[in-house]
Ligand binder design. Structure first.
Ligand code: GRG
Length: 290
C-alpha cells in the first residue's frame, strides 16, 4: 500500500485516484511507443519513469479541473496525459549529472543510470514533443479554440518563463542564502506553473469560462507552492538552499502551506460540489506523506 493510501486526510482522494489511474495509464500506454520499437533504448528510456508511475498528481488535477466546471475526466484526458509527459521529462532531465545528479528516483535507478546519459537527454526531449503531439491529436474530440489555448498554456508553463526558468534559477541558487521571495519565485515557476496548467488545461477541455479559468489559475498557484513546501518538509534533512523550509524554518513553512491551502479553497468556494475532488487534491497536496 502506498503511503498516501493510509493518510487519514486523503480518504476522499484515495478512491478518486484509484478510480482514475487506469484511465490515464491506459491512455499513456497507447501514446508512448512500445519499448520493442526501434530505437529500443530510447523508447525504453522514455517509458522507464512513466511505468511504474509516481502519484500521477498532475493528471488527477486535470481531471478534477474538468469536473469542477461540469465536465468529465474523459474530457480532460488529453491534457492529463500531456502534463504527465512534461512532468516526466522534467524529472528525467533534473536527475542528469549536469543538474541534480541523482542515481535513484522512486527507489529505482534514474533514467541516465539505466539507459545512459545520451538516451536520458533524448528521452526527455521526445517526451516533451510527444506531450504536444498527443494533445494536438485530441482535435477530433475537442473544439479547436480550447485545444489551441490549452497547448499555449502548457507550452508557457513548460518554458523559460516558468518551469525551465525556475530550474535555471534553482541551479544558480545552489550554495546561496536565498530570500523567501527568491525561493517562492523559483517554486512558482518550477512547480506551481505546471500544477496550475494541469488544472486550467483540464478545465479548458471541458469548456470552462474565462472567469472559471482565472479562479482555477489562482487556485493552482497556491496549491503548487503548498505542494512544493510539503515536498521540502518531506525532505527536511536535506538542507536545500532553495527551500522555504530552509528560508523560514519548518514550522513557519508548514504554516505558510496551510495559509496557501485556505486561500486556495476560498478562491474556488463558488464552484460548489463540483469542485469537491479539487478540494480533496489540494488538501492532499499539503498533508501528503509522499
Ligand atoms: C529539468 C526542465 C527541468 C525541470 C526540472 C521537476 C523539476 C524541475 C525538478 C525535480 C525536483 C523537484 C523537487 C521539483 C519540484 C516539483 C516536484 C515536487 C516534483 C515531484 O513531483 P511529484 O511528487 O513526483 O508529483 P511523482 O514521483 O509522484 O511523479
Amino acid at each position: 500500500m502506498a503511503s498516501w493510501e493510509s493518510d487519514q486526510v486523503s480518504l476522499d482522494v484515495q478512491d478518486y485516484i484509484k478510480d482514475r489511474l487506469p484511465l490515464v495509464d491506459a491512455a499513456l500506454e497507447k501514446i508512448v511507443p512500445p519499448a520493442e520499437e526501434p530505437p529500443t533504448a530510447l523508447h525504453g528510456a522514455m517509458r522507464h519513469l512513466l511505468f511504474p508511475s509516481g502519484k500521477r498528481f498532475r493528471p488527477m488535477l486535470a481531471f478534477a479541473g474538468a469536473e469542477a466546471v461540469g465536465g468529465t475526466a474523459s474530457d480532460a484526458l488529453p491534457a492529463a496525459c500531456s502534463v504527465e509527459l512534461i512532468h516526466t521529462y522534467s524529472l528525467i532531465h533534473d536527475d542528469l549529472p549536469c543538474m541534480d545528479d541523482d542515481a535513484l528516483r522512486r527507489g529505482r535507478p534514474t533514467v541516465h543510470i539505466a539507459y545512459g546519459e545520451a538516451n536520458a537527454v533524448l528521452a526527455g526531449d521526445a517526451l516533451l514533443a510527444l506531450a504536444y503531439e498527443s494533445l494536438a491529436e485530441a482535435l477530433t474530440d475537442t473544439g479547436p479554440e480550447a485545444l489551441v489555448l490549452a497547448i499555449r498554456d502548457l507550452a508557457h508553463a513548460a518554458g523559460s518563463r516558468q518551469l525551465v526558468g525556475g530550474q535555471a534559477d534553482d541551479l544558480d541558487a545552489a550554495g546561496d542564502d536565498s530570500s523567501v521571495e527568491q525561493v517562492e519565485s523559483v517554486h512558482a515557476r518550477k512547480t506551481a506553473a505546471l500544477i496550475g496548467a494541469s488544472i486550467v488545461c483540464g478545465a479548458r477541455l471541458a469548456g470552462a469560462s474565462d472567469e472559471q479559468l482565472a479562479a482555477l489559475h489562482g487556485f493552482g498557484y497556491d496549491v503548487g507552492i503548498a505542494f512544493q513546501i510539503a515536498d521540502d518538509l518531506l525532505d527536511e534533512g536535506e538542507d536545500d538552499p532553495c527551500s522555504l523550509v530552509t528560508a523560514l524554518g519548518a514550522d513557519a513553512a508548514r504554516a505558510r502551506a496551510n495559509d496557501l491551502l485556505d486561500e486556495a479553497l476560498e478562491g474556488i468556494a463558488s464552484f460548489g460540489e463540483a469542485a469537491k475532488p479539487l478540494r480533496a487534491l489540494a488538501r492532499f497536496a499539503v498533508k501528503r506523506t509522499q
